[in-house]
Design a protein around this ligand. Structure first.
Ligand code: HEM
Length: 264
């Protein structure tokens, strides 16, 4: 049986979209959908309040950021995975997936304009954040280890040195993340705010170093050899570099805002 009616935005009740049937039972249907049937969501059953203008702007920025991350990730994966199996540069694939894709998404987990976490409570956002960061770290580190096994001379370029620095600070950042996760339990020793600020700072440094390394990866011989012919033209490389800078800016304004203006 199909139900006939329309979806309307209800500004009076908490529910944002309700279904009204094309029949005389309309009032009951409306009442049912807003009160007795809870809104089912992926994270929790809390219904979010209406979006503010700033949230709408943040939503657009987050969307743009995802499109840009998707563009670089898909391009670099396509560039690498179209090669013969023995020539696939797994370092480039894994580092891009781990550091660029998952870590940026992890940073955005707390964003008010993030449509995926709109209906999540703070603990759920925190869980999503650490899971994405941990997966990103494991995948990215695997990519670096693969490269270290293949190279004879280590850390001899700016890209490599920045990658090494990323690796070192990443461990500190993961440890500080643990401290931040158990901030309440540790409050007799360290103030939770201090703990969380420390994690915010180390996390930001890790992400900055990773994005710098990513930026300089477009100058490596590997990128020049395997990328489209267009990459030999400065324009395309410049485009990817500019996109990396924009992704960095759009992914870090949240933690930076927390650091300078509000409680974490
Ligand atoms: C954020 C992402 C990345 C990080 C953290 C990273 C990290 C590193 C590190 C630590 C090394 C040094 C390995 C060694 O010398 O033993 C390295 C080398 C290298 N990476 Fe990456 N990498 C990233 C992304 C990429 C991408 C996307 C490409 C290719 C397009 C790439 C291409 C290379 C090449 C060709 C080398 C060897 C030459 C050199 O050291 O510059 N990397 N990378």
């Amino acid at each position: 049986m199909t139900r006939r009616g329309k979806f309307v935005v209800n500004k009076v009740s908490n529910a944002r979209i309700i279904f009204i049937r094309d029949s005389t039972e309309a009032p009951q249907a409306q009442c049912q959908s807003t009160s007795s049937i809870p809104v089912q969501t992926g994270c929790s059953r809390r219904v979010p309040p209406p979006l503010t203008l700033t949230q709408k702007l943040e939503f657009v920025l987050t969307l743009i950021n995802r499109l840009l991350i998707g563009f670089i990730t898909i391009y670099l994966c396509w560039m690498s995975l179209r090669l013969d199996r023995e020539h696939i540069p797994w370092h480039a694939v894994l580092c891009t997936l781990g550091f660029l894709c998952l870590m940026s998404e992890g940073l955005m987990a707390y964003y008010r304009g993030n449509v995926w976490t709109q209906i999540c409570q703070r603990p759920e956002k925190a869980r999503l954040h650490w899971m994405l960061q941990l997966c990103g770290a494991i995948i990215g580190l695997t990519g670096i280890v693969i490269k270290m096994c293949l190279e004879e001379v280590h850390f001899h370029t700016l890209h490599g040195i920045l990658g090494l620095a990323t690796m070192i600070v990443l461990f500190i950042s993961l440890l500080s993340g643990l401290g931040s996760l158990y901030a309440t339990e540790l409050k007799s020793r360290v103030q939770p705010r201090v703990n969380k600020t420390l994690h915010n700072i180390t996390g930001l440094i890790t992400y900055t170093l990773a994005m710098l390394s990513m930026y300089f990866s477009f100058e490596t011989a590997l990128f020049n050899d395997y990328s489209l012919d267009a990459s030999t033209y400065v324009d395309f490389r410049l485009l990817l570099e500019i996109i990396t800078v924009i992704i960095f800016a759009l992914s870090t304004y949240g933690p930076l805002w927390c650091l300078f203006y509000s409680r974490i």
